[in-house]
Design a protein around this ligand. Structure first.
Ligand code: NAG
Ligand code: NAG
Length: 153
């Protein structure tokens, strides 16, 4: 019993070291993300930029809108990234926050090379319009994620 306890305490120590090894900004992102209720975010943004469920479902399963001229839906996507803290009011991305949210959504799916994937999608942004910029980012993330999940099977 005592040996078990010692092993348990040792395991906790290892865990603490691992947590400490995560960069401070990543820990901050994890903490901020843990407070976000995704379903509330979806509802809030739907109040400002109403979007049918079918439209958003198509987007999340294809990485693009069925109608790419649907600017309102792009602003809905911007609203999601804005409210979650993935993009700030100057249009700058918070890459750590995007990494955490991309891993979380739609569930804690393991994605090979997630960090590189997010950094690549962030670096590829040339759009200046905020709605187009958020749409471009999330489209890129979904397409990459779908491709990676497809390859892992
Ligand atoms: C947005 O609200 C409308 C009206 O309540 C609803 O029909 C629609 O499904 C909602 N969209 C999403 C993505 O929840
Ligand atoms: C997590 O998401 C993946 C990909 O969308 C899905 O295949 C899987 O069933 C989901 N798992 C859970 C527990 O919801």
């Amino acid at each position: 019993m005592k040996a078990l306890l010692v092993a348990f305490v040792a395991a906790l120590g290892c865990l603490a070291l691992a947590v400490a090894a995560i960069s401070e900004s990543m820990a901050r992102a994890e903490e901020a993300a843990a407070k976000i209720e995704l379903s509330e975010l979806f509802e809030e943004c739907n109040e400002t930029f109403p979007i049918p469920k079918a439209t958003i479902n198509y987007f999340f399963s294809h990485g693009r809108l069925q109608n790419e001229n649907d600017y309102g839906s792009k602003c809905y996507i911007h609203c999601l990234t804005d409210r979650s803290g993935e993009i700030d009011s100057d249009g700058n991305f918070d890459a750590d926050m995007i990494k955490v949210m991309t891993r979380r959504f739609p569930n804690e799916t393991h994605i090979e090379g997630l960090n590189e994937m997010v950094d690549g999608c962030v670096a590829a942004r040339g759009e200046s319009d905020f709605c187009e910029r958020a749409y471009g980012l999330v489209s890129c993330l979904i397409k990459e994620k779908l491709a990676r999940l497809g390859h892992s099977h």
